[in-house]
Design a protein around this ligand. Sequence first.
Ligand SMILES: Nc1ncnc2c1ncn2[C@@H]1O[C@H](COP(=O)(O)OP(=O)(O)OP(=O)(O)O)[C@@H](O)[C@H]1O
Ligand SMILES: [Mg+2]
Length: 319
Amino acid sequence: MKFFKKGDKNIEETKPAAKPHPELQVISGNEISGKRPQQQTPQQQTPQQQVPQQNITLPNIKYKIAVASGKGGVGKSTVATNLAISLAKNGAAVGLMDADAYGPSIPTMMGIQEKPVTSPERKLIPLVRHDIKLMSIGFMVPEQQAMIWRGPMLHSAIRQFLTDVEWGDLDYLIIDLPPGTGDVALTLTQAIPLTGTVIVTTPQDVALADVRRGVAMFERLGVPILGIIENMSYFLCPHCNEKTEIFSADGGKNTSERFGVAFLGQIPLDAEVCTAGDLGVPIVAGNPESPQSSAFGTVAVELEKVVIQSGEEDELTIL
Ligand SMILES: Nc1ncnc2c1ncn2[C@@H]1O[C@H](COP(=O)(O)OP(=O)(O)OP(=O)(O)O)[C@@H](O)[C@H]1O
Ligand SMILES: [Mg+2]
């Protein structure tokens, strides 16, 4: 696979911001202003205005991959950050977009306190950590501030993160979605042609029922499911290396077989994975030799295989 060369991709640790992006400012104490739409009553809105269909192509980004789950708290953001760093370690140019406008986790997980600066062309310059270009609503808004979104504003903010951010040349843009089958997933799939989505789940039946809903939604939207990642699959004893399956065994694997989608791998339940995220240095960066990091590495390799294969299939279809 031909990756953009690391030297070419303008990835540098960024400096604290001089001023926040003018188009994304907090208004009324708790809302983010996109390009504010004119006030209209619901009767005045045409269906096209409610769901604009202008696709954004992002030709400089090879693969755009959403990380989704049917259920909250299964580890999407943890998987998205560690997966992004693993892909970068394999030589890819990677961006990570936090599309969870309600509860952005990427600033904490990547240990970022500063705000992004704006380029002379009025584009947001992503912050960089562990060789990953990052953008999150959480960079603009204080952590403790509740965010209340009007539908059109959310739509506008997500689109701005795609069009008004200087992502540069990337192999992968990993997009961390909020849980469930809501507005953000819909806006995103209508804004850009996604390469596909990966669905994160835990092995229990209650989580797997939500996976089925997630798969059904993305299928309806015509977004390929690149695979399922099973998180918190087992506990690996740090003393004797014994593997204990705390929840049901192989739930994610069995579900992926049932849906005929790839199974990308299992991530152990481990205190270090959790504390590393809380401390702002994901385990793959902080303890790359650990078995947990190697599990993320395996998932990254599997994902690369699937996207390359899906690209080859697309080329065959065009021929
Ligand atoms: N493999 C793991 N081992 C231990 N803790 C984990 C693991 N994966 C995630 N966690 C922890 O579980 C919590 C939830 O993880 P995370 O925020 O990544 O989930 P999420 O699916 O993104 O949540 P949300 O739906 O709220 O966005 C975090 O405290 C995280 O550190
Ligand atoms: Mg999350």
